[in-house]
Design a protein around this ligand. Structure first.
Ligand code: PLP
Length: 379
């Protein structure tokens, strides 16, 4: 019954783990969920108020498919000022979540058999989005040791159309260095490739500076920036993302949007506008809390014997489990013996097979309790 397109596409591992956690919880178990890919904070009050105002003013109908103009203008301003990329409203499309922007991009630029380079491990949706659009993922390892130009070269062919990067990164938490970005930009120019740069965690960064690859020489014309409001403003359920793309690609994405979802939710767009235009103190506050949690979870994970790098961005700790069996075995053990839910690393690509991902979008008590349970499990 199902199309060939869907063969080899797995259910989203992160969403699946969330369901397992919920089921165990509903059965009365005291489950500690470390698989969440969303901030556990409430959406800031002033953003919710803006949505209520939009509702009262009757903005409850379809809006322009590319997004309301005020929001597209504001996003273009942000991209020019913060990311040093010369964008205008014509480059911006507002989508129902960054995920939808990624699909629209894939459907707009990939033909059957086109190859796309992914840095291994990568967020689960990257591989699926490429495959659903008929593309072929090609993995280049970028785990702990950094990105090598030669490794990129080894996966390129005449069919290569694009490279996808994500910095700060989910699931590893690295931030690509200026040198890695420079090498990637050089590689893209030399092989005439498009670059998808997923910058959704740009604000959730600890002591590093976010740099968009689109700001490098000759890169804007070949880069599509993906970003959104889910992580920065704790707005996952509002479904507002965006892409900043060369005008021709933006128009292609717009066609897919017009014929699939019509537009991103109207009320949520007004809320997003307020999020961008208001004080960013709420973001600073949330990032401060993420940093405290990061410091605690990394220290405790290493103390209990789970080796873990210090993530420089996003809210995930990617933990090496090679002393405790495969990622899947260790995930199952955590679930059965400690009622702890994590995501197995292989869900993110072949390089993840000796790792599990802990999300620290959870309270400090939750983190401490989880680490205690693991300590007991090992004793
Ligand atoms: C790297 C990355 N990009 C995009 C998204 C999805 O964002 P949105 O909620 O805007 O669809 C996620 C969510 O986990 C993510 O980790």
């Amino acid at each position: 019954m199902l199309s060939k397109r869907l063969s080899g596409i797995e259910e989203s591992a992160t969403i699946k783990m969330g369901h397992i956690a919920k089921k165990l919880q509903d059965e009365g178990n005291e489950v500690l969920n470390f698989s969440l890919g969303e901030p556990d904070f409430k959406t800031p009050e002033h953003i919710c108020e803006a949505a209520k105002r939009a509702l009262d003013l009757g903005y409850t109908h379809y809006v322009s498919s590319a997004g309301i103009e005020e929001l597209r203008e504001e996003i273009a301003d942000k991209i020019r000022e913060e990311n040093k990329v010369d964008a205008s409203m014509e480059n911006v499309i507002v989508t129902p979540g960054a995920k939808q922007a990624i699909y629209e991009l894939m459907m707009s630029v990939l033909d059957e058999g086109d190859e796309v380079i992914l840095l291994d491990p990568a967020w689960v949706t990257f591989e699926s989005a490429v495959k659903i659009a008929g593309g072929v993922p090609k993995w280049v390892k970028r785990l702990e040791e950094g990105l090598k130009y030669e490794s990129l070269e080894s996966e390129v062919s005449e069919k290569t159309k694009m490279i996808m990067i994500n910095s700060p990164n989910n699931p590893v938490g690295y931030v690509l260095s200026d040198n890695e970005l420079k090498e990637t930009a050089k590689f893209a120019v030399e092989h005439d490739l498009l670059v998808l740069s997923d910058e959704i965690y740009e604000k959730i960064i600890y002591g590093r500076r976010h740099v968009s690859i689109a700001s490098f020489d000759d890169m804007q014309a070949r880069t599509v920036i993906i970003n959104g409001f889910s992580k920065t403003y704790a707005m996952t359920g509002w479904r507002i993302g965006y892409a900043v793309a060369p005008a021709e690609i933006m128009k292609g994405m717009l066609k897919i949007q017009q014929h699939s979802v019509t537009c991103a939710p109207s009320i949520a767009q007004f809320a997003a506008l307020t999020a961008l235009k208001s004080s960013q103190d709420c973001v600073e506050e949330m990032v401060g809390q993420f940093k405290r949690r990061r410091d605690i979870i990394v220290k405790r994970l290493n103390e209990v014997g789970l080796r873990c790098l210090n993530p420089e961005g996003a809210f995930y700790a990617f933990v090496n489990t090679s002393n405790h069996g495969s990622d899947v075995e260790f995930t199952e053990r955590l679930l059965k013996e400690a009622y702890i839910v994590v995501t197995p690393g292989s869900a993110f690509g072949p390089a993840g097979k000796d790792y599990v991902r802990f999300s620290f979008a959870a309270s400090i008590e939750h983190i401490l309790e989880g680490m205690e349970r693991i300590e007991k499990m090992f004793s």
